[in-house]
Design a protein around this ligand. Structure first.
Ligand SMILES: Nc1c(NC[C@H](O)[C@H](O)[C@H](O)CO)[nH]c(=O)[nH]c1=O
Ligand SMILES: CC(=O)[C@@H](O)COP(=O)(O)O
Length: 207
């Protein structure tokens, strides 16, 4: 593949991907939004195609690609901490209920059970979406390098699969074709679909 040929998308996973129990974070930029927005739309559509419930797709936006790793890390960590806090409060309620039940029947059992069913739970996967387009200085190279390493770190440090959904393009046409809105005869391939499928596949990866 050379020149302005563009990648037509990744081969589908060999196994079925049931995302019905997943909770997925999407963090996207407002920079180049006319290209980012179709990418976000396609990623969400692909997540839902694989069964992820719309209410379990949480979307946040940030100014630019450089903010993506920090925002993803912060939101993932918050979800993990909230989950820990909620579980401990449910356990505390259940312990209290057990104590009350040893002497008398209490309504807090139902409340505790309800809370258990309402456990928020951490994100199962995250997708960072942005578009970097080369300008006339080295700014592009520095951001692209920092962002790619930063997003890799989010996944490795949190244990939550974090999909690299940042287009790093030399011009507008390259970016538009990779968002499926190319100006030529063919509109290109929207990479957002690849990222949505990758998020479900990696969230379900287990022995
Ligand atoms: N030139 C692009 C940027 N630049 C902005 C940075 O990402 C960042 O928001 C700023 O340096 C403040 O920290 N961002 C993009 O997403 N795409 C670009 O093409
Ligand atoms: C990716 C960028 O930051 C780039 O668009 C900035 O353009 P320039 O290098 O001309 O300042």
């Amino acid at each position: 593949m050379g020149g302005d040929d563009f990648h037509k998308g990744v081969k589908a996973a060999s196994r079925s991907l049931d995302g019905s129990n997943l909770k997925v974070l999407i963090v996207h930029t407002r920079w180049n939004s006319e290209i980012v927005d179709p990418l976000v739309f396609a990623a969400k559509r692909e997540l839902e195609k694989h069964g992820v419930q719309p209410q379990n797709i949480i979307v946040h936006d940030v100014p630019g690609a450089y903010e993506l790793p920090g925002a993803a890390m912060r939101l993932i960590r918050q979800s993990q901490q909230q989950s820990t806090n909620l579980v401990s409060s449910v356990v505390e309620d259940l312990m209290t209920t057990a104590g009350e039940l040893s002497g008398s029947v209490s309504g807090s059992t139902r409340d505790a059970n309800d809370k258990a069913q309402l456990k928020a739970g951490p994100f199962d996967a995250a997708i960072c979406i942005g578009v970097l387009i080369k300008g006339s200085t080295m700014h592009f190279e520095y951001i692209a390098d920092a962002v790619s390493h930063g997003i890799m770190r989010v996944g490795l440090d949190t244990g939550v699969p974090t999909i690299f959904g940042v287009l790093t393009c030399l011009n507008d046409d390259q970016a538009m074709e990779r968002a499926g809105i190319g100006r030529g005869e063919t509109k290109g391939h929207n990479h957002g679909t690849d990222w949505g499928a990758a998020a479900v596949e990696m969230a379900l990866l287990q022995l």
